[in-house]
Design a protein around this ligand. Structure first.
Ligand SMILES: O=c1ccn([C@@H]2O[C@H](COP(=O)(O)OP(=O)(O)O[C@H]3O[C@H](CO)[C@@H](O)[C@H](O)[C@H]3O)[C@@H](O)[C@H]2O)c(=O)[nH]1
Ligand SMILES: [Mn+2]
Length: 970
């Protein structure tokens, strides 16, 4: 790709064109035709001369990497063969089979169209369905049809749901009316505490519930995208995409996993010259570097294999681990043969990578050394120069079949003591700049190192939204749901987060778009630069999907007063603009273009430098909306610039991390970054292709999971206590109020841990004291209570129905809400407060991505952490409470069973929510449970005996249960 976009003289390597590389070593250069570039303070000139060779000593001599063919400029460039050899024609494009499929597809499209017309197809937010009115729509118009469509949830599902929500709200009103007017006289404290907790729960329910008012789903039309932008005989007009992979610790994030992700990116179904993969290595690890070099080499075989046979997924580990039925679909012998060969190649590749990992276990005393004798620049992780290496791309490396490959660039930004590096957000911002200088694609995709592309059409899916001529312009990002491999079947710790990804996010998509979750997200580059969303005039016609008009009021797309509102908004916006100190570069761009020679262009240039930093190349790259790099720039000079923009001081006194790029200040940089964009008036899109677009891994053992949740909650607390808190920040901008609700919810949820903890101890206290949080229950009250329970259950069930979520997933989610709430969220709250009050900094503990070692042994891994204390305590006191309560009732005879029931029910509610936690505590082996069982039985019996002997509550007023006021007529 670099070739295509920025090369002037084909076949010239960077080191030939300006790099002072030691040419006598060139013959033994491994994958690196281009020297590794570093940038340090001691030598501000590119130190390529002594870092030219990146071959570690531990690797032996440099012949480990086979020489790259096709880098010889004298060999004429072979165009990609359009018609594959006959024997594989069944699989490829341009074959007879392809034509057949085309025909079939056209037929299917026709049928689909008929159906759509029949249903009176509501064509989504921005298309009024006019195109479909025409009875005999010619097929030729297919390419002009919208690329995607909103699918509102059927009213038969959504309307009862909305009704129940309203009902629940009403019942909640009655509930509080009763609760507040009926205090428990002899347990005033208990009553007050419980009521306060309940009020908090009600508020957090409202914050969570109403953003789900107007859920939608979407459908994309990849074939239309292709028809529109990939016209026969013309070069593809699809937009370029720069893909970012972040990795930090090769021990916790095994290189094999990163390699798989990179391979899936290089093999993606997208024009090769439009894809560039940038790997950020925050660990500056030679292991990562070496593994990437091997990966680049392996990609030369893997990519053509994937494309030839159109396989899925294109991450070899996961591809080879799925079973394939050789008898189905008449699998071609050529395919079987090549697949087998490729599998062998992959095994070999794995051996190589694992060899590298094994060697890397013991660091030599004076650090790693490269083959030319110079030490590896990244030996000191906290103090090292920036490094860039182009593995694939401009060096003319081609795949084994002679086709071009996407480019692959290794980036490790400079780190120096005394400079805040801002974790993942900082790494991403460094990549934004490097990519802006080297390829400057108008769109970016970012993935964590473990999130490989599972659906090779993922980029095309995103383009269906981004490249939509009018409505696409307002889209800042397209978020895909996170899906996971290797989670235990019952998903004990709710790792899949299905409720969030299939219910909440769909709800948000109906408002202003899903929140950004850190991975699997395609961005518009301009949106990351802190610009406001373009103001587009909405086409006339229906813009809301809500079928009954009354609901439009709630989903904030009411057409009433729309004109008025728009006018108001306009004036509001312009005022805001004047007031805001922010530099609106869009205006600046216009300024810069129109008055290029005048004084004002100088000032606007200065403004831009203040915003984006001192690199003129980078600043210039921010101007064209469609990206691209200047034709006349030499690759060498661009690389030199790239090394400048990853220096650690680059962001000083700029807007990076404040208004531009990934936003700093929270370990959940994702929420903050997405929030800022929504505040600028952008909309995001949620895209759920049938075949999951990305898949990642998740921590499946209890301790790791709790730590992950702790980090997320900590990030939320950080945002809550920062100036970006969505309760106060960004009014008058483009943020819709229901979207704001959702953001508020995502930063206040850790606070719920306090009332939750209190509420979970109440049943135990009640059982031990014989008091209760409600007084004697009247018929009316029990009716209200029942109503509340039923409406809670009903909203849950109806939500599951429109979201397509199973009851088990929903239940896990409820359970983990309590487990996480009373442990991780609580700790996060304290850590967050500590950080703000005492300045104790927060750390980013990377979750380990275990290489798949079968049978979920991870699940049963038990690691002690203090996070386990509160839930364990809760469990014990509640169990003891139950035992005490029951033994009391036995002591006191039949009468006391009735009132006990309420308390027992309450305690059981806590216990069943904590049940997965209990399982996690017990582990798999038999040893653990016996010890714990023995102890808890012992403890429980001792306490019970003591209780019966010296029941403190019996002392004055006789039997325990009289106090509660339920059975006073004894
Ligand atoms: O200093 C750092 C720390 C982390 N990372 C990367 O950040 C990513 C996410 O880290 P991980 O430990 O996997 O966190 P998870 O909790 O699994 O990640 C989720 O939550 C994070 C927010 O906390 C998001 O950033 C992620 O995208 C999202 O997948 C990984 O690729 C890391 O390599 C860096 O690049 N530099
Ligand atoms: Mn992760």
């Amino acid at each position: 790709m670099l070739n295509a976009r920025l090369n002037t003289g084909r076949g010239t390597h960077q080191n030939a064109s300006g790099m002072p590389a030691s040419s006598e070593l060139d013959s033994s250069l491994p994958s690196s035709q281009i020297p590794l570039l570093t940038y340090g303070e001691e030598d501000s000139e590119i130190s390529a001369d002594h870092h030219a060779l990146i071959v570690p000593q531990f690797m032996g001599n440099g012949n480990r990497i086979h020489p790259m063919p096709c880098s010889d400029p004298s060999v004429p460039l072979q165009p990609r063969p359009m018609v594959p050899k006959k024997d594989i024609a069944v699989y490829g494009y341009g074959s007879v089979a392809w034509k057949d499929r085309m025909e079939e597809w056209k037929k299917r499209q026709n049928d689909k169209l008929q159906v759509v017309k029949h249903e009176g197809g509501n064509d989504g937010g921005n298309f009024d369905g006019k195109e479909l009115d025409d009875a005999d729509l010619p097929m030729m118009d297919e390419g002009r049809q919208p690329l995607s469509r909103k699918l509102p949830i059927p009213s038969s599902k959504i309307n009862p749901y909305r009704m129940i929500i309203i009902l629940r709200l009403a019942i909640l009103g009655l509930f509080f009316h009763y609760r507040l007017l009926h205090p428990v006289r002899d347990a005033y404290g208990l009553w007050l505490t419980s009521v306060i907790c309940e009020i908090w729960f009600a508020v957090s329910w409202i914050l969570d519930q109403f953003p789900k008012w107007c859920p939608i789903e979407r459908e994309t039309y990849l074939d239309r995208l292709s028809l529109r932008y990939e016209k026969e005989g013309k070069p593809s007009e699809l937009a370029s995409v720069d893909i970012f992979v972040s990795t930090v610790d090769p021990m916790k994030e095994p290189p094999l996993i990163t390699a798989n992700t990179v391979l899936s990116i290089l093999a993606v179904d997208y024009p090769v010259d439009k894809v560039a993969c940038y790997v950020s290595d925050d660990g500056a690890a030679m292991l990562t570097f070496e593994a990437l070099s091997e990966t680049a080499e392996f990609a030369r075989k893997w990519v053509p294999f994937c494309k030839k046979f159109n396989i899925e997924p294109r991450a070899p580990e996961w591809y080879f681990s799925q079973k394939i039925d050789y008898l189905r679909n008449k699998v071609h012998p050529a395919f079987v043969r090549e697949r087998r060969a490729m599998k062998r190649e992959y095994e070999e590749f794995k051996v190589q990578i694992n060899g590298l990992v094994a060697t890397a276990q013991k660091v030599p005393e004076d650090g790693w050394t490269m083959q030319d004798g110079t030490p590896w620049p990244g030996n000191n992780v906290r103090d090292h120069p920036g490094m860039i290496q182009v593995f694939l791309g401009d060096n003319g490396v081609r795949d084994v079949e002679g086709n071009e490959l996407p480019s692959l660039v290794y980036v490790s930004r400079e780190k120096r003591p005394g400079f805040e590096h801002h974790k993942k957000a900082g790494a991403m911002n460094a990549l934004i700049r490097v990519s802006a200088v080297l390829s400057n694609a108008p769109y970016l995709l970012n993935v964590d190192c473990d999130h490989y592309i599972n659906n090779s059409k993922a980029l095309r899916e995103a383009m269906c939204f981004m490249m939509e001529p009018t409505s696409g312009k307002k889209v800042c990002y397209v978020q895909f749901p996170q899906r996971f491999d290797g989670i235990d079947r019952h998903d004990r710790y709710s790792n899949r987060n299905v409720v969030f990804f299939d219910i909440n996010m769909k709800g948000l998509d109906g408002i202003q778009g899903p929140i950004y979750v850190g991975t699997g997200c395609v961005f518009r580059r301009q949106a990351l630069y802190g610009f406001d969303a373009p103001v587009t005039k909405k086409p006339p016609g229906k813009t809301c999907n809500c079928l009954p008009k009354w609901c439009c009021f709630l989903c904030c797309c009411s057409r009433k007063n729309k004109k008025q509102k728009q006018k108001k908004e306009k004036t509001k916006k312009s005022k805001q603009r004047e007031a805001s100190k922010q530099i609106h570069a869009l205006e600046n761009i216009e300024g810069a273009i129109s008055e290029s020679n005048s004084q004002s262009s100088v000032t606007s240039q200065m403004k831009l430098e203040k915003k984006f930093g001192q690199s003129p190349v980078f600043v210039a790259s921010t101007l064209p909306e469609d990206g691209g790099v200047p034709q006349n720039a030499s690759p060498a000079s661009l690389l030199r610039e790239a090394i400048q923009v990853i220096s650690c001081g680059y962001e000083d006194k700029t807007e990076w991390g404040k208004e531009v790029g990934w936003i700093y200040g929270s370990v959940t940089e994702d929420i903050l970054t997405g929030f800022k964009m929504h505040c600028h008036g952008w909309r995001s899109v949620y895209c759920i292709p049938k075949r999951p677009a990305f898949k990642g891994s998740a921590p499946i053992n209890l301790s790791d999971r709790l730590h992950q949740v702790l980090r997320w909650a900590l990030g939320s607390v950080e945002i809550f206590l920062s100036r970006h808190c969505p309760i106060w920040y960004g009014y008058g901008g483009g943020l819709k109020w229901l979207e704001r609700f959702s953001y508020i919810n995502s930063v206040v949820y850790p606070w719920t841990s306090i009332p939750l903890l209190v509420y979970c101890t109440l049943p135990a206290i009640c059982l031990l004291t014989g008091k209760f949080i409600v007084p004697e229950i009247s018929n009316y009250a029990s009716l209200v209570f029942m109503g509340l329970f039923i409406s809670i259950a009903a909203t849950g069930i109806l939500e599951m129905q429109w979201g397509g979520v199973g009851i088990d997933d929903w239940w896990r989610n409820e359970q983990f809400w309590v487990i996480g709430g009373v442990s991780s969220h609580l700790f996060a709250l304290f850590q967050g407060l500590l950080k703000v009050l005492a300045g104790v900094s927060t750390s980013f503990t990377v979750t380990s991505k275990a290489a798949d070692d079968g049978e979920f042994s991870e699940l049963y891994l038990f690691k002690w952490t203090s996070l386990l204390i509160p839930p364990t305590t809760l469990l014990i006191i509640n169990i003891v409470g139950v035992v005490v309560g029951i033994s009391d009732a036995i002591n006191n005879g039949y009468d006391s069973w009735g009132p006990l029931f309420g308390r027992l029910f309450f305690a059981f509610w806590v216990i069943i929510h904590l049940y997965p936690f209990l399982k996690g505590l017990l582990g798999k082996q038999d040893r653990m449970p016996t010890i714990i069982l023995v102890w808890s039985i012992l403890l429980a019996s001792i306490l019970t005996l003591m209780w019966v002997r010296i029941n403190p509550f019996v002392s004055k007023d006789g039997p325990v249960l009289e106090i509660c006021g339920l059975n006073c007529d004894d």
